[in-house]
Design a binder for this molecule. Structure first.
Ligand code: TAP
Length: 476
C-alpha cells in the first residue's frame, strides 16, 4: 500500500473553484436547492461543492432553453449554427489539456485516455455535427428541430457523453438542458464556460447539476420535447415508463455485456491487446466493454497464458501519471458493486486471478481481474459488472460462439478475432449487437452510429443516424 498526491503541475492546469452554481440562460447562478461535494476518486479529497438543482431550477433551465429555441436558435440558419459548433470544437482543442486533467481528477480515468481518447473524440463530435448543420436536408429526416432536449448522462465518459448528446441536438436547431452524473459534474461546468467563451446565445445550452431527482424532474418536465438518456438499463426503463403516453421522443443508451470472441486462427498477440483494451480501458467502466471473453477451446490455454503475462504489465495507480494504464474506480458505491459481484464469481466456483498489484491506500481501486471456468449460468457471465473484471468462457464451433454471445438480455457490442473475412461477415450478421468490431475493439468515430439491441436501448447516436433523434421526421 502507498499514498500519493497528484502532481502539483497537473493540478495547476485547471482553475478549480471551491463551489459551482448551475448554468442557466448563459450565466452561472446559485441553485434554490442544496449542494453536494464532488470528490477525486483517486484520493477521496473534495474537489468542489456543486449546486443541486431542484424542481424550480430545472424549470428555470427549461424555460431558458425554450426562449432561446423560439427566439434565436431555431430561427438561425444552419450555417450560422455551424459557426458556433466549429468555434466550440476549436476551443475544446485549445483547452484540451485543462479538460483532460479535470476529467481525470473528477472521474479517475488515466490521463493518457482522457487526453488522447476522450477529448479528441469530443472535439471530433462537434466538428462532425457542425458539418451537418447546414446540410440537414440531406439527412433523410427533414430539417425541423424538436424544441427543447432534456439530456441525462452517466459518469463513465462525462465529456464524451455530453458531446454525443449536445452536438447533434444543437446542429439540428434544438436547445438543451443537460444533467451530468452526480459524481462527475465538473467538466460539464467547464464546457458551460466554453459555451460562454464561444458567445453561444444564452439559453441554448443549460447545465443542471444534481442527483437522480434532478434527472427525474428534467425528464418529467412538460415542456421538454425530447429525452436523451445514457445510463443503466434499470433507470432507462424507469424513464421509458415516466414518458410513456406523452408526446416526448426518447432515445436510450443503456448497459451491455459484450462478447469478445477469439477464433483459433486469430493473431493471438493482437487479440490479447484487443482483450486488454476491451475490458481494462477506462477501468472497465464502459457500456460496450468486452466483459465476456469467448475463446475457442483449442487455443484457450495459450491465449490465457499470454493474457496473464500482459495483465502483469498493466500499471494501476495515479490517474494523472502518463504511464498509468488503469486508474481509480469512480466511486465507493461502484467499487462495492465490483467487489460484490467478484465475490459472487468466486462463490459460484469460477477461478479468480489478478496479477500482483500494489494499490494506493486511499481512494477507490480494483486490480485487473480474470475469471476462468465461467459458465453461462454464472452471474458474472450475465450481469454488467462495469469494472476491470473479465469473465472467460470457451466454445468449440462458430454456432456455439453465436449462441453464447447472444445469450444475454443486452445487445450493444461484440468483437470478433479471426483471419477469415467470411467468418467475420457471418458473425457480424449473426450477433445481435449494435456494433461488431473485427480484429479491434472499443473504436469510436463520430461518423459511425452507436446504439443497442434488446435491453441495451433504443435509437442511435453518432453519424447521420444520430440526427434522427433530434429532427421531427426522424423516427429511428
Ligand atoms: P445510472 O445510475 O442509470 O445514471 C445515469 C444518469 O441518470 C445519472 O446522471 C443519474 O444521476 C441519472 N438518474 C438516476 N436516476 C434517475 C431517474 N430516476 N430519472 C432520471 N435520471 C436519473 O447509470 P450510471 O451508473 O451513471 O452509469 C452506468 C450505466 O450506464 C451502465 O449500465 C452503462 O452500461 C451505462 N452506459 C451506457 C452507455 C451507452 S452509450 N449505451 C454509455 C455509458 C454508460 P446520478 O448520477 O445522480 O445517479
Amino acid at each position: 500500500m502507498f499514498e500519493y498526491a497528484p502532481a502539483p503541475e497537473s493540478r495547476s492546469i485547471v482553475d478549480l473553484r471551491a463551489s459551482y452554481g448551475l448554468f442557466v440562460d448563459g450565466e452561472f447562478v446559485d441553485g434554490h436547492g442544496s449542494s453536494f461535494k464532488t470528490i477525486n476518486p483517486a484520493t477521496e479529497e473534495v474537489l468542489a461543492e456543486v449546486a443541486e438543482a431542484d424542481d424550480a431550477d430545472v424549470d428555470a433551465a427549461v424555460r431558458a432553453a425554450r426562449r432561446a429555441h423560439t427566439r434565436v436558435w431555431s430561427r438561425m440558419s444552419g450555417s450560422e449554427r455551424a459557426k458556433y459548433l466549429y468555434r466550440i470544437a476549436r476551443i475544446i482543442q485549445e483547452r484540451g489539456r485543462e479538460l483532460a486533467v479535470l476529467e481525470s481528477l473528477d472521474n479517475g480515468k488515466p490521463i493518457k485516455e482522457s487526453r488522447d481518447v476522450d477529448v479528441p473524440i469530443v472535439a471530433a463530435h462537434f466538428f462532425y455535427y457542425a458539418g451537418w448543420a447546414d446540410k440537414l436536408e440531406h439527412s433523410g429526416y427533414g430539417t425541423t428541430p424538436l424544441g427543447v432536449a432534456g439530456q441525462v448522462i452517466p459518469w463513465n465518459f462525462p465529456l464524451m457523453m455530453l458531446a454525443w448528446k449536445v452536438a447533434p441536438a444543437l446542429a439540428c436547431g434544438n436547445t438543451v438542458v443537460l444533467k451530468p452524473a452526480e459524481t462527475t459534474p465538473l467538466t460539464a461546468l467547464l464546457f458551460a464556460e466554453i459555451c460562454q467563451q464561444a458567445d453561444l446565445p444564452p439559453g441554448v445550452v443549460n447545465i443542471v447539476t444534481g442527483a437522480g431527482g434532478t434527472g427525474q424532474a428534467l425528464v418529467a418536465h412538460p415542456d421538454v420535447d425530447k429525452v436523451a438518456f445514457t445510463g443503466s438499463t434499470e433507470v432507462g426503463k424507469a424513464i421509458a415508463r415516466a414518458v410513456a403516453g406523452s408526446s416526448k421522443k426518447v432515445t436510450l443508451e443503456l448497459g451491455g455485456k459484450a462478447a469478445n470472441i477469439v477464433f483459433d486462427d486469430a493473431p493471438l498477440d493482437q487479440a490479447v491487446e484487443g482483450i486488454v483494451e476491451g475490458i481494462f480501458f477506462n477501468q472497465g467502466h464502459v457500456c460496450c466493454a468486452g466483459s465476456r471473453l469467448l475463446v475457442q477451446e483449442s487455443i484457450a490455454e495459450e491465449l490465457l497464458a499470454k493474457l496473464r503475462t500482459r495483465m502483469g504489465t498493466l500499471r494501476v495507480g495515479d490517474p494523472l501519471d502518463k504511464n498509468t494504464d488503469v486508474g481509480a474506480i469512480n466511486s465507493a458505491e461502484q467499487l462495492q458493486r465490483i467487489r460484490e459481484l467478484s465475490q459472487v464469481g468466486e462463490d459460484e466456483g469460477a477461478g479468480r486471478w489478478s496479477p500482483p498489484c500494489e494499490l494506493p491506500e486511499r481512494g477507490f481501486w480494483f486490480p485487473p481481474t480474470l475469471f476462468t471456468g465461467v459458465t453461462q449460468a454464472h452471474r458474472i457471465a450475465r450481469e454488467e459488472i462495469f469494472g476491470p473484471v473479465l469473465s472467460v468462457l470457451t466454445f468449440r464451433t462458430p454456432s456455439e460462439a453465436v449462441e453464447k454471445a447472444n445469450n444475454t438480455p443486452y445487445g450493444l457490442s461484440a468483437g470478433v478475432w479471426t483471419e477469415k473475412g467470411s467468418l467475420i461477415l457471418h458473425m457480424a450478421g449473426a450477433l445481435k449487437a449494435g456494433v461488431v468490431w473485427a480484429n479491434t475493439f472499443n473504436k469510436f468515430d463520430p461518423a459511425s452510429p452507436f446504439g443497442g439491441f434488446k435491453e441495451s436501448g433504443q435509437g442511435r447516436e453518432g453519424g447521420r443516424h444520430g440526427l434522427a433523434a433530434y429532427l421531427r421526421g426522424g423516427d429511428l
